[in-house]
Design a protein around this ligand. Structure first.
Ligand code: CP
Length: 305
C-alpha cells in the first residue's frame, strides 16, 4: 500500500484498508515519535476560512516531526486581495512547498487545487462538503475509546445538513457496519444523497428529532454545532439556535459506556458540566489530531510506507 504523493480530498479517496493503515501508523507514531521524520520537508498551510484545531494541529504535527511550515490564516493578507485566483495562488504554494493543506469555504475548491498542482493536496475542509482528516481523527478516537470500529451504534446530533464532519464520517463508518442514528430538526437533516449511499451499501440508519428516544441505544454520540456560517439566511439560522443542548440530564438516558465526541468548536450544544464526565472525549479527540495528521503527512511524503 503506498500513499506517496496521494491527494486526500474526500474520505472516498481512501479504502477501508487504507483508513486502517493510517490509524495503525498514527498509533505507532504516537507511541514512538521521531522528531526527524519530516526533516527537509515543507508544508504550505493555506487557510481561507477560520480554524483553530485543524490549522494548529497540522502545523504542530509537521514541526514536531522536524518539518517546516509556510502559509497564511488570513487570505486578506495575500495577493487574493489584489484579484489573484485560487488556481494561481496554489501554483505559487507548489513552488515553495512539498505538500499543500488547504481550507476554503467553496465546495470543490480542494479538488480544484489538486488539479492545479503536482504536489499532494490535503483538504482541510471545503464548505459543507468534506473534512476527511477530521474523520480520520474521529475514527482514531472511536477506536481508542471503544476498542473497535465494527458494529457500533453511532448517533449524529445537530446540524446534519451543513456539517461537513458528519458527511465525511458517515461515509467512513459505512465501511464498518455501523448502525447510524441521525438526530436533527427536519430542516437540518442529513442530505438524501448520503442516505441513498447507505441504502445502497445495506447500512442501517434511523432518523429522529428527539435525542432521548434513541440515546440509550448509542455507543457513540457525535454532537455538532449549528453551522451559522453556512446558512443562506441569518433569520433561518436563528430558528435553530439552542435546538439541542445536552447537559447532565442526558446521563439518565444513556448506556454507562457512551462516549460523546464533537469535532469542535462548540457553541452551546454541550454544557461544560459534562466536560469532566467519563463520557466526554472531545478534548482528547482534538488532541488525537496530532498523531493522525503526522501519520497522514509521513505517509504522503513517503517517509513511512
Ligand atoms: N474541527 C475543526 O475543523 O475545527 P477548526 O475549525 O477549529 O479547525
Amino acid at each position: 500500500m503506498s500513499f506517496e504523493k496521494h491527494d486526500i480530498i474526500s474520505i472516498r479517496d481512501l479504502s477501508k484498508n487504507e483508513i486502517l493503515h493510517i490509524l495503525d501508523t498514527a498509533k505507532k507514531i504516537e507511541d514512538n515519535p521521531d522528531s526527524r521524520l519530516l526533516e527537509n520537508k515543507m508544508m504550505a498551510s493555506l487557510f481561507f476560512e477560520p480554524s483553530t484545531r485543524t490549522r494548529l494541529s497540522f502545523e504542530s504535527a509537521m514541526r514536531r516531526l522536524g518539518g517546516e511550515v509556510i502559509g497564511f490564516a488570513d487570505p486578506d493578507a495575500t495577493s487574493l486581495k489584489k484579484g489573484e485566483t485560487l488556481w494561481d495562488t496554489v501554483k505559487m504554494a507548489e513552488n515553495y512547498s512539498d505538500i499543500i493543506v488547504i481550507r476554503n469555504p467553496v465546495e470543490g475548491s480542494a479538488r480544484l487545487a489538486a488539479e492545479a498542482v503536482d504536489v499532494p493536496v490535503i483538504n482541510a475542509g471545503d464548505g459543507a462538503n468534506q473534512h476527511p482528516t477530521q474523520t480520520l481523527l474521529d475514527l482514531y478516537t472511536i477506536l481508542k475509546e471503544k476498542g473497535t470500529l465494527e458494529n457500533l451504534n453511532v448517533g449524529f446530533l445537530g446540524d446534519l445538513n451543513y456539517g461537513r464532519t458528519v458527511h465525511s464520517l458517515v461515509v467512513a463508518l459505512s465501511h464498518f457496519n455501523t448502525n447510524m442514528f441521525f438526530i436533527s430538526p427536519k430542516a437540518l437533516k442529513i442530505p438524501d444523497s448520503y442516505l441513498d449511499e447507505l441504502k445502497q451499501k445495506g447500512i442501517q440508519y434511523h432518523e429522529e428529532e428527539d435525542l432521548f428516544k434513541v440515546s440509550r441505544e448509542l455507543d457513540v454520540l457525535y454532537v455538532t454545532r449549528i453551522q451559522k456560517e453556512r446558512f443562506p439566511d441569518p433569520l433561518e439560522y436563528r430558528k435553530y439556535v439552542g435546538v439541542y443542548i445536552i447537559d447532565r440530564k442526558l446521563l439518565d438516558h444513556i448506556k454507562p459506556e457512551l462516549r460523546i465526541l464533537h469535532p469542535l468548536p462548540r457553541v452551546d450544544e454541550i454544557h461544560p458540566e459534562l466536560d469532566d464526565t467519563e463520557h466526554a472525549v472531545y478534548f482528547d479527540q482534538a488532541k488525537n489530531g496530532i498523531p493522525v495528521r503526522q501519520a497522514i503527512l509521513a505517509l504522503i511524503l513517503g517517509r513511512i510506507k
